[in-house]
Design a protein around this ligand. Structure first.
Ligand SMILES: Cc1ncc(COP(=O)(O)O)c(C=O)c1O
Length: 401
């Protein structure tokens, strides 16, 4: 049934029921078609698959482990497990799709990779992939995020990427996507826009999901090996939704596993200081695709906010939008405060410092465990928190030290 699901969605034109598609300027239509055709032809070829497999094993260090959180479970109840994407090379799940996208770029004869980044993890992962394949790399990043995620900005530069600061609007993720798209439009022939999540025009949501599926495939097998059963609940944070789609993909057929996508509740759900797209958004078009979207009175993308730079996006992947309507996944929110608490709890009880994005998923797992002490929960620990250290210590240190 899984294979049927993956064959059914997206449709040929990139639709997940009413969501997705490609709402793009005519100059890009031909290029997207080329990428789509190449993806179907190349990604199924023996050479592509064996090269990607070898990269995953010898370069990225896959499979990443599944780890049982003994002390966290003891304190809060339940049995909490982590899929350790923080141990993937570069410290987050983002490298899974970046190596795939860059490998495709190489087969397509592209010279340069362009992308946006919020928390800097996708930027670092793409800069890493560019270094590996000998390609140029240009990363667009909002000035607010540049200040917040300084270590990742330095990593991108050390890896040889050009970082383009974005100074318009809220100077965060949405504006970085706008800016990267503009740059890509100038030369779509020799460059490729390697989008950082399961968002954007078709075929990107599908390609990124497919490259992330490895997370769910590994995790299902590992969890079963460890426990002899499948997890009751599966939890992942949702910005654009790539780490969540990766993990959920492994469990699409397993009716007994409940899937939870966790959005940022930010400072407040009442006055717009959040990025809870699924919870409070409605269908609209952003960055070339249709999805749930937080909108202002004019139907434009609304300003969003989260303590986690990688989650503050007013749109979300089209596949998530469909899964919400199908009630296959439950989407819920965790606010800044609970995420920061979870950041410190996981650090102090398990010796694992999570990314602020992943801390949202950990916080939700803690809530579930408190409610149902017999339950087993698998969390996608999508990244490690080194990038967030300076920010967290400066802003919240006093409350926790
Ligand atoms: C560690 C980490 N997790 C999660 C995300 C959110 O992205 P997505 O929803 O595509 O997994 C980001 C984005 O930057 C990230 O850096």
């Amino acid at each position: 049934m899984s294979e049927n699901y993956f064959k059914k969605y997206p449709s040929k034109d990139g639709f997940y029921k009413e969501y997705g598609g490609a709402f793009i300027p005519p100059v890009l239509e031909e290029e997207m078609k080329k990428i789509n055709d190449a993806y179907y032809a190349i990604s199924k070829s023996h050479n592509f698959i064996s090269e990607l497999r070898s990269i995953r094993k010898h370069y990225q260090g896959r499979p990443t482990p599944v780890y049982f959180c003994n002390r966290l479970s003891e304190k809060y109840g339940g049995r909490i497990y982590l899929k350790r994407e923080d141990l993937n090379h570069t410290g987050a799940h983002k490298l899974n799709h970046c190596m795939g996208e860059a490998l495709l770029a190489k087969y397509l004869g592209k010279k340069k990779l362009i992308a946006e980044t919020g928390a800097g993890q996708h930027g670092v992962a793409l800069a890493t992939a560019a270094a590996y394949f000998g390609l140029e790399c240009e990363i667009h990043m909002g000035e607010v995020d540049i200040a917040k995620e300084h270590p990742n900005v330095m990593r991108m530069k050390v890896l040889g990427a050009t970082v383009v600061p974005v100074s318009h609007g809220l100077k965060t993720l949405k504006e970085a996507v706008d800016s990267a798209f503009q740059s890509y439009l100038k030369d779509p022939i020799t460059t490729i826009y390697c989008i950082g999540s399961v968002v954007g025009p078709h075929p990107f949501p599908m390609m990124v999901r497919d490259f992330q599926r490895i997370v769910g495939i590994e995790a299902r097998e590992q969890f079963f090996d460890m426990t002899g059963e499948l997890p009751d609940s599966i939890v992942a944070c949702v910005g654009g939704g790539s780490n969540a789609m990766g993990l959920f993909s492994g469990f699409m057929d397993d009716e007994e596993c409940k899937l939870y996508g966790i959005e940022p509740g930010g400072r407040s759900m009442d006055n717009g200081e959040h990025a809870a797209t699924m919870t409070l958004g409605k269908p609209g078009v952003i960055h070339g695709f249709k999805c749930y979207m937080l909108q202002d009175e004019k139907g434009e993308p609304a300003p969003v906010y989260s303590v986690a730079s990688g989650l503050d996006y007013p749109g979300v992947g089209p596949e998530h939008s469909m899964l919400k309507d199908m009630k296959k996944v439950t989407y819920d929110v965790i606010d800044d405060k609970a995420a920061i608490d979870a950041f410190f709890e996981l650090s102090r009880l398990e010796g694992i410092i999570p990314a602020l994005e992943s801390a949202h998923a950990v916080a939700y797992a803690i809530k579930l465990a408190q409610k149902e002490p017999q339950t087993s929960i698998l969390v996608n620990l999508s990244g490690r928190g080194d990038k967030d250290m300076d920010f967290v210590v400066e802003k919240y240190g006093e409350d926790y030290f």
